[in-house]
Design a protein around this ligand. Structure first.
Ligand SMILES: Cc1cc2nc3c(=O)[nH]c(=O)nc-3n(C[C@H](O)[C@H](O)[C@H](O)COP(=O)(O)OP(=O)(O)OC[C@H]3O[C@@H](n4cnc5c(N)ncnc54)[C@H](O)[C@@H]3O)c2cc1C
Ligand SMILES: NC(=O)C1=CN([C@@H]2O[C@H](COP(=O)(O)OP(=O)(O)OC[C@H]3O[C@@H](n4cnc5c(N)ncnc54)[C@H](O)[C@@H]3O)[C@@H](O)[C@H]2O)C=CC1
Length: 470
């Protein structure tokens, strides 16, 4: 707290605030922390100059340095940081059978619907879809993906193949403990939570969001996942529409894999671009996010990135005076380090928020500030299919074109190690399982040492690679 005498207003549409606790720097760039929902009074007690205002911002007048909240009040700011997150980018938005998952309300709505479901269709191939298809039990999942292999935002086809057997496992495993950010709801009050209107945007759930949920359908089996690759959703037909089309069109495709007796109909039918039709109880659209910029754009000439976020420079400053942005809402528009890229993740939201605050303080004091070290290397640790997963740098050779080589090491059911090399230098890595290689590889990517002489030995499991580079 650099300015204990200044008033700081934290304006939020959500009745609880998210606090980061137990923060641990695992390595130079990998970090681990818990995220807890807490009543705002805790923050106010700890920092008396912070006042939490629980009301959505409905308008910004940047020329006047004013913001207007939904409860009819207006506030003047000297400096403003916009951290309003993102919204799910839903396919067929507005269709009542299409659900997205972002905050506590939407996750609970999903759980409730799942409890009565026999079959659902999951669309999308990123973080949420990967977690869902593994966690859901007792409900058939038709997983429709645009790509050839599962998990395109984190993996290549090799890693996908390594993971697939976990989806056909009969029994659910005991979850592993791994260094990743953990999400808990300690300290939050149920009473407050239930007051949140369902159309209001709450905080994104983040790590381990499914641990408190009961993700079970009506059946007794564990996993039953059918994957449809290289396709998108062409149309969604409601039951009546489907019956009509079956009756009137001789060319209308037949439903695939009907688990119900012929005369029993599904509430909704999904027509895929590969011509197949699946009946289901509902559809989950896990198809990415769009920055939540709407309340702030009207009348303000922000520079907006291609992904719809507020462009920020290397000091987290937007294109408008005295307005900064951090987290999912912003688009990093500085010249990045060759091994960093933006991804809308908790870790980056925390790092950006922390760094934006330092930049705001430095600007106020007229001091200069260097880019935070966390933006030197992209580093993320998480868990998919009960494996620890670490992704570093250009782990999928993003932006490297054809000018790169891959080295692999894989032991079925145990570990998958991939490194991305360019001109003898390590540019990125995917580490699945307990590889214990993250710190060494992090160093090798950061120091860009020429590793040509080591060749394939880099991944030789019989060599303690750390000894090489000490
Ligand atoms: C299901 C799910 C699982 C995830 N799992 C992981 C994971 O395992 N690891 C990981 O690193 N990341 C994960 N993420 C991503 C991570 O949650 C987000 O990147 C992160 O929460 C972004 O933080 P943020 O502060 O920018 O936005 P948010 O956390 O969305 O917070 C935005 C805040 O702004 C408030 N707000 C919005 N509009 C207004 C308004 N008009 N006025 C006032 N307040 C407003 C909201 O109420 C909210 O409190 C996951 C996301 C989801 C949805
Ligand atoms: N463990 C982790 O680190 C997790 C991180 N997250 C983060 O939360 C956010 C939201 O997660 P997701 O929705 O999974 O986003 P995502 O960005 O991870 O994945 C979106 C997926 O949807 C696909 N897609 C986009 N448009 C589509 C369309 N019209 N039809 C079919 N597929 C389409 C994309 O190809 C991509 O596979 C992301 O920022 C993600 O990184 C979410 C869950 C877990």
């Amino acid at each position: 707290m650099e300015f204990p005498s200044e008033d700081i207003f934290l304006m939020t549409a959500s009745p609880v605030i998210k606090a980061i606790t137990n923060f641990k720097q695992v390595s130079k760039t990998l970090e681990e922390f818990d995220v807890e929902e807490q009543p705002s009074s805790l923050l106010e007690k700890r920092y008396p100059n912070i006042k939490v205002i629980q009301s959505g911002v409905k308008q910004l007048k940047s020329d006047d340095h004013k913001i207007f909240t939904e409860d009819g009040k207006e506030y003047i700011y000297e400096k403003l940081c916009l951290c309003a997150g993102a919204k799910p980018k839903l396919i067929f938005e507005g269709n009542p059978y299409v659900l997205g998952i972002r905050d506590t309300d939407s996750a609970q709505a999903f759980q409730k619907n799942l409890a009565q479901a026999e079959r659902i269709v999951v669309v999308g191939n990123g973080g949420i879809a990967l977690e869902l298809v593994y966690e859901i039990q007792g409900c058939e999942v038709i997983w429709a993906i645009k790509d050839k292999a599962i998990g395109n935002t984190f993996f290549d086809a090799g890693a996908a193949e390594f993971l697939i057997p976990k989806l056909t496992a009969e029994k659910r495993e005991t979850p592993i403990e791994c260094k990743r950010t953990k999400y808990t709801m300690e300290g939050s009050e149920e009473k407050e939570r239930s007051l949140a209107a369902s159309d209001k945007l709450g905080s994104a759930l983040g790590p381990d969001w499914h641990e408190g949920l009961h993700l079970k359908g009506t059946k007794e089996f564990c996993h039953k996942v059918h994957i449809e690759i290289l396709c998108e959703v062409k149309k969604i037909h409601l039951q009546q529409e489907f019956i009509q089309l079956q009756r009137t069109s001789s060319t209308f495709p037949k439903e695939e894999k009907n688990v119900k007796p012929d005369e029993v109909l599904w509430p909704v039918y999904v027509e895929l671009t590969n011509g197949k039709i699946y009946g289901c109880d509902f559809i989950v659209s896990a198809t990415g996010v769009v920055p939540n910029v709407k309340p702030f754009l009207d009348g303000n000439n922000f520079a907006v990135g291609e992904d719809g976020g507020l462009k920020v420079d290397k000091h987290m400053h937007t294109s408008l005076p005295d307005i900064y942005a951090a987290g999912d809402i912003c688009t990093a528009s500085w010249e990045p380090s060759p091994v960093w890229h933006q991804m809308r993740l908790w870790t980056q939201a925390r790092q950006m928020g922390w760094y934006a605050a330092k930049c705001m303080a430095a600007d106020t004091l007229g001091e200069s500030i260097d880019m935070d070290f966390s933006f030197e290397l992209f580093a993320h640790v998480t868990k998919f299919f009960n494996y620890k997963v670490v992704v570093l740098g250009k782990y999928n050779a993003q932006g490297l074109g054809l000018d790169h080589e891959l080295m692999l090491r894989c032991t079925k059911g145990q570990e998958y190690v991939k490194v991305v090399m360019q001109n003898g230098r390590m540019m990125g890595a995917v580490l699945i399982g307990e590889t214990d290689l993250e710190e060494t590889f992090e160093n090798l990517i950061l120091n860009q040492m020429d590793l040509s002489a080591y060749g394939e030995e880099l991944l030789n499991p019989d060599i303690d690679i750390e000894d090489y580079f000490d």
